[in-house]
Design a protein around this ligand. Structure first.
Ligand SMILES: NC(=O)c1ccc[n+]([C@@H]2O[C@H](COP(=O)([O-])OP(=O)(O)OC[C@H]3O[C@@H](n4cnc5c(N)ncnc54)[C@H](OP(=O)(O)O)[C@@H]3O)[C@@H](O)[C@H]2O)c1
Length: 349
């Protein structure tokens, strides 16, 4: 497949002021840069759509430098849907011409030598580790582009524990009939967790607000539509009061409010788990309940299973809007306001 020698890419040139990621947005530029070359084990993808995740702008502040160092300039963005146009040496799981999705991998791209620095999705072409890529199985890009990062995170939190928590302990053990409480069901990660819990036959409760989805449905009704058995309006009630004594097996926290873990003992059964993807403070497990925080591991085997859930009609990824490539700064700003109602998608090609 003919590949040009240059491409357009959004690039971040410096960290923003601490605690003010919006500051970095003003330093982002849309540049023409040389085409990246896939190394052994990597593939070059022509990007059709990319999707925004909060980590894209959380990286801007430098607050995560200890875990995920970046070198400047780098191309942000992790979620891509596109077509494989070139293979690095030793790649056997995909071919040129395959329509794929990938989470380029936060830890994976920060810790390995990557031609665009970490990430790389907000560009016309990107390089991905072949071990992070899954075929789209004929499903349109728009239905899948928001799946990789949010989907893998929730799948691993609930079921596989791929990378384990920060101590290496396994995470998800959710089983049919167990009780799951998702904090933040309208978040992209939360909406996927609600559906995955439902799909395996768990009893699912979640928190949401009456804010609107793009089709005008309020988020409380949207949660019901996705299969939640019980929806708590977090603007009016405290989930720990509503669910006190409910003997929940797993609380999956997609919000990250520090006050939530101390309240969990009212709701969790003895031996229950509080698994968070957004609270990396000093919280510690107690004798009765475990507290686990973790970072997603990008993995094509888990991603393939998620694509199957979509194919079988058990999982949909809500899309808030699709914006042109030029609007990357605008859509990142929207994500920073926690105001999205589904995935923020960027039309690259
Ligand atoms: N550790 C990891 O590997 C990992 C991986 C993925 C994501 N994350 C983190 O997980 C968090 C969620 O990510 P995401 O992509 O799912 O976010 P997102 O889709 O951007 O979340 C936005 C949603 O959060 C809801 N929300 C905001 N405050 C809430 C509250 N107090 N209670 C309930 N819902 C609330 C909003 O709904 P309303 O309009 O109702 O407020 C909005 O729909 C982020 O902090 C992200 O960085 C971590």
């Amino acid at each position: 497949m003919a590949v040009p020698s240059e491409m357009k890419a959004w690039r971040v040139h410096a960290y923003g002021e601490e605690g003010n990621p919006a500051d970095t947005i003003s330093k982002m530029t849309l540049d023409t840069i040389p085409m990246p070359e896939p190394k052994p084990g990597q593939v070059l993808i022509k990007v059709e759509l990319a999707a925004v995740n909060p980590i894209d702008w959380k990286l801007f502040s430098g607050g995560m430098h200890g875990i995920c160092p970046v070198t400047f300039p780098y191309v942000p963005g992790f979620d891509v849907a596109g077509t494989v146009v070139k293979l690095g040496e030793g790649v056997g799981n995909v071919q040129v011409g395959d329509e794929v999705i990938a989470d380029l991998g936060l830890v994976e791209t920060c810790k390995t030598e990557s031609p665009c620095g970490p990430a790389g999705a907000f560009a016309q072409y990107t390089v991905a580790l072949a071990s992070t890529v899954a075929k789209r199985e004929g499903i349109p890009a728009k239905e899948l582009v928001g799946l990789p990062l949010a989907g893998l995170t929730s799948y691993q939190a609930l079921f596989t524990g791929a990378g384990g928590d920060f101590t290496g302990a396994p995470l998800g053990t959710l089983a049919p009939g167990q009780k799951l409480l998702v904090l933040g069901g309208a978040a992209a990660t939360g909406a996927i967790a609600v559906q995955l819990g439902r799909a395996i036959g768990a009893e699912v409760a979640t928190t949401a607000s009456p804010n609107k989805m793009p089709d005008g449905t309020n988020k409380l009704d949207y949660m019901k539509k996705l299969g939640a058995d019980d929806v708590i309006n977090y603007k009016e009630a405290d989930w720990s009061d509503v669910k006190a004594g409910a003997n929940v097996d797993l609380i999956y926290d997609c919000v990250g409010t520090e006050e939530d873990w101390p309240k969990a003992s009212k709701v969790l059964k003895k031996g229950g788990k509080f698994v968070t993807i957004a609270n990396f403070g000093d919280a510690k497990s107690t004798e009765d309940h475990s507290f686990q925080a973790f970072l997603i591991k990008s993995d094509s085997e888990d991603l393939k299973k998620l694509v199957q859930f979509v194919k079988e009609g058990k999982l949909t990824v809500p899309v808030d809007c699709v914006v042109p490539f030029e609007d990357v700064p605008k859509v990142l700003t929207k994500s920073m306001g926690w105001a999205s109602a589904g995935k923020l998608v960027i039309q690259v090609a």
